[in-house]
Write a protein that binds this ligand. Structure first.
Ligand SMILES: Cc1ncc(COP(=O)(O)O)c(C=O)c1O
Length: 275
């Protein structure tokens, strides 16, 4: 029974097709559904093969220096305020200095946007690219947050394959065949989730040359930077930033195991609003 007279006709709750399309890209609900359907009385251990969270394993711990710095910053009372939309200056400068160590040019604080996790950087990038009619090229297999965020922004996405027989390299012929005059960017994940490969210098150079030929941006998700265990050392895509424009998305959630603080970054020519 409604209080205060007649029942209102509530105006919210209508289906949102973009939200439903975004939800269909998620594998989390499938994984959660699988885990929920396990027989809890079965004593056999279950190996979760889809773990992107290092904190699940006792051997991976956040460095005490990082924990102390977070606690000191919270207790200082100096940071309980709004910052610039692109992040606090010290953090942007620190990220710029950190990235510049491995690049043939210098990244400045002005090139860096601090985000609340790499997922937030993906969300921003897909929104920035979602001009009417634009499309973005995404890897298959891939990290489904890209599809989900693109769907939510109404940005068309097309899939290029990663080639299992070639160490999961990008099918660059496929990229060229997929692209058209509305293609604005391609995404690579390096080191790769879910395939685990690390792209060689030579392959990254070929990706940059393909992007240049097509006139598109390379978005390089490097949230697993330096988590490289094979024979290929990790090379940042930014090394090829003079061949094609590169936006690098990285973070501290994986390599540095600072997960709940979700402070990540994105660098490159990313337009952002301040305020
Ligand atoms: C390829 C890839 N990009 C981005 C993310 C999200 O990173 P964050 O936890 O910093 O939001 C993940 C997390 O699993 C990932 O695997």
């Amino acid at each position: 029974m409604e209080k205060g007279g007649e029942a209102s006709k509530w105006r919210f709750g209508a289906a949102n097709p973009a939200l439903e399309a975004a939800g269909r890209q998620s594998i989390r609900s499938i994984v959660s559904g699988l885990f929920d359907s396990l027989d809890k009385s079965d004593p056999r251990p279950v190996a979760p093969l889809g773990h992107g969270d290092p904190s699940a394993f006792a051997c991976f711990r956040t460095a005490p220096a990082a924990e102390d710095a977070i606690a000191a910053a919270a207790l200082s009372g100096k940071h309980n305020c709004y910052s610039r939309a692109a992040g606090v200056e010290e953090a942007r400068s620190a990220v710029a200095a950190h990235l510049s160590r491995e690049l043939p040019y210098e990244v400045t604080a002005g090139d860096v946007v601090i985000t609340a996790g790499c997922n937030h950087a993906i969300e921003i990038m897909m929104a920035v690219l979602a001009a009417p009619g634009a499309n973005v090229l995404l890897p298959r297999p891939g990290y489904p947050m890209y599809e989900s965020r693109a769907a939510l922004c109404g940005l068309e996405f097309r899939h290029f394959d990663l080639l299992p027989d070639k160490g999961w390299e990008v099918d660059l012929d496929g990229v060229e065949a997929l692209a058209d005059e509305n293609t604005v960017a391609m995404v690579i994940v390096n080191p790769n989730n879910p395939c685990g490969c690390v792209y060689s210098y030579h392959h990254l150079a070929k990706i940059a040359e393909t992007a240049r030929k097509l006139g598109i941006l390379v978005i390089s998700d490097e949230v697993y930077d330096h988590c490289a265990f094979g024979s290929n050392p990790f090379v940042p895509m930014g090394v090829f930033g003079e061949i094609a424009p590169v936006v690098t998305m990285g973070g501290i959630s994986k390599r540095w195991m600072v997960i709940q603080s979700v402070i990540d970054y994105t660098t490159g020519e990313l337009p952002y609003a301040d305020g």
